[in-house]
Design a protein around this ligand. Structure first.
Ligand SMILES: Nc1ncnc2c1ncn2[C@@H]1O[C@H](COP(=O)(O)OP(=O)(O)OP(=O)(O)O)[C@@H](O)[C@H]1O
Length: 512
């Protein structure tokens, strides 16, 4: 497929606000695409690069390069050239990259150059594109949208499903079943401001401890145990004690969902940094395991008793979990029948906080497992409010922080996939964080005026704050009070950052 076609459709999709029109445009595009084009076309439409970071900044893209008169570039050409650019390393690499970027731009027409600029700087982000693409694929192939969605959820990859669907037709969806050894994206939670709000919304529910550890999905088939993170990375080798725990369970085929956490002798959680450091360390695992042993705490069963449980209600999945996993390895929880039972839910939260955990997750007992989604049937309640924001830029520090990128410009997601700046902070960072972010942000830099380094909006950071206040200085009309960094969330993509709309809804006191 020609890049010009994609650039044109991308513009048309952005220009219309009608969802059905967007879907029709995408369906038409997919119908004309080769199966091998779609894994490139879909991320390009969303404003993502399959290669991840390429280190191509505004400076390189602003050099004058005369456009081509005729459109000849295909999306696969562009993809191959970008892969080549990403592979350039060593001395002189900046100049070599510059030449390759110039050559790519010279092969593009004026409108293609504009599209490439948006794609490479991260300026064009179409937030909801993946959901629209699912509907577009359904329209193009005749497969029911719900089946496409379920396949994407189970494959953990829209691109994989899209390619199979276009190559083989709707029958290809049968190949995407829940399979031991193939991880699925975990179900996520929304927030509620209090236990009563959560119980009011959900009715009969389980109130579970929310442990501040690392999400794990544990797969066992006979003697083979595999452990995956929330981003589906295989971390089996780093957590030998989890493999042993899984091998001790009586069933030999299952998929369990839970949290891994470092606890001290009294069962109180050690700091999140200790758990994260342990799970992150790949070298000398045996020594790390001795100094910071971790325990699994399971809260869901996706496959057990030889059966796929995803479409069963939580109550049934819990029953399967209880049959398989002994109590000390299961999350603590209280069952609540509804608002009349609120006192029990509140007491459970208070007790959980006393035990050193960060809050609770309230879950509707009748809800199925929606993999990869922030389902409305899981609501987390935490007394300390934090936001996941995207770093848009950072300022060079002064004094002790000279030479370090320090003051972060923080953005929340707007409806159109762009980011809106909410404020700045240089508080809460450890020296290690400062050093790390200086390196990482320079990799993402697209501009530097000597004071402010602008970056591709890719890094998600968790921010604690004391509230919102009105401000004429920021585009949303509000800014954060006492914002401070809690930690970086490398396991999250910018598309998972908090939205301005949700933030404003949570703070009616500053509503314009
Ligand atoms: N009992 C539990 N049930 C579900 N998730 C739990 C539980 N205990 C801890 N968690 C963790 O909480 C996360 C759910 O919160 P959410 O989906 O909002 O992700 P998150 O943004 O990483 O959450 P947060 O930033 O609040 O930790 C899960 O991914 C999991 O790691």
């Amino acid at each position: 497929m020609l890049l010009s076609r994609l650039a044109h459709v991308s513009q048309e999709v952005a220009a219309t606000s009608a969802r059905s029109r967007k879907i029709a445009l995408l369906a038409e595009l997919f119908r004309d695409a080769d199966a091998d084009d779609v894994p490139i076309v879909i991320p390009y439409l969303a404003g993502r690069l399959p290669q991840g970071r390429l280190g191509i900044g505004w400076k390189l893209l602003s050099r004058p390069v005369p456009p081509a008169a005729e459109a000849t570039l295909t999306v696969r050409d562009v993809d191959a050239r970008l892969t080549e650019i990403g592979a350039v390393t060593g001395t002189g690499s900046q100049a070599a990259r510059g030449r390759l970027v110039d050559a790519l731009r010279a092969a593009a027409t004026e409108s293609e150059q504009r599209f490439l600029f948006g794609l490479l700087t991260g300026e064009v982000r179409q937030g909801a594109l993946d959901a629209l693409a699912v509907e577009g694929l359904a329209g193009a192939t005749g497969a029911p949208a719900a089946d496409v969605r379920r396949a994407v959820m189970l494959a953990g990859s829209l691109r994989t499903v899209a390619r199979a669907l276009l190559a083989e037709g709707p029958g290809a969806l049968d190949g995407f079943r829940l399979t031991v050894g193939r991880p699925v994206l975990p179900m996520l939670a929304h927030s509620a401001s209090s236990v009563s709000e959560a119980v009011d919304k959900l009715g009969a529910c389980a109130v579970e401890e929310k442990l501040d550890g690392i999400r794990v999905q544990v797969h066992r088939d006979g003697d083979d145990v595999r452990i995956y993170t929330r981003t589906l990375d295989d971390i089996t080798d780093r957590l030998p004690e989890l493999t042993s725990a899984a091998l001790e369970l009586k069933d030999s085929r299952f998929i369990l969902d839970g949290e891994v956490i470092a606890l001290d002798e009294d069962g109180r959680p050690r700091s999140f940094q200790e758990t994260a450091g342990r799970v992150g360390s790949r070298v000398d695992v045996a020594t790390a395991a001795r100094s910071v042993p971790v325990s699994p705490v399971f809260f869901d069963a996706l496959l057990a008793d030889g059966q796929d449980l995803l479409d069963l209600p939580l109550a049934a999945r819990h029953a399967a979990l209880a049959r398989l996993v002994p109590e000390p390895m299961r999350v603590r929880r209280a069952l609540v029948e509804g608002p009349a039972d609120l006192a029990a839910a509140k007491e459970f939260l208070a007790d959980t906080l006393r035990r050193g955990h960060e809050g609770v997750v309230v879950k509707a007992l009748d809800a199925t497992y929606s993999a990869g989604r922030r389902g409305a049937s899981w609501l987390k309640v935490k007394p300390v409010h934090t936001l996941d924001l995207v770093v848009l830029a950072a300022e060079w520090g002064h004094g002790r922080r000279t030479g370090k990128l320090s003051n972060l410009h923080l953005g929340a997601r707007a409806g159109d996939g762009a980011f809106v700046m909410l404020g700045k902070t240089f508080k809460g960072m450890t020296d290690a964080m400062l050093a790390w972010q200086t390196g990482r942000l320079q990799e993402l830099a697209v501009g530097d005026d000597g004071h402010v380094v602008t970056v591709r909006p890719e890094l998600v950071v968790e921010i604690a704050y004391d509230g919102l206040q009105r401000s004429t200085r920021y585009p949303a009309g509000v800014t954060l009070r006492f914002a401070r960094v809690v930690r970086y969330r490398e396991d999250k993509t910018p598309a998972e950052a908090d939205t301005v709309a949700a933030l404003l809804a949570a703070h009616p006191e500053v509503a314009p």
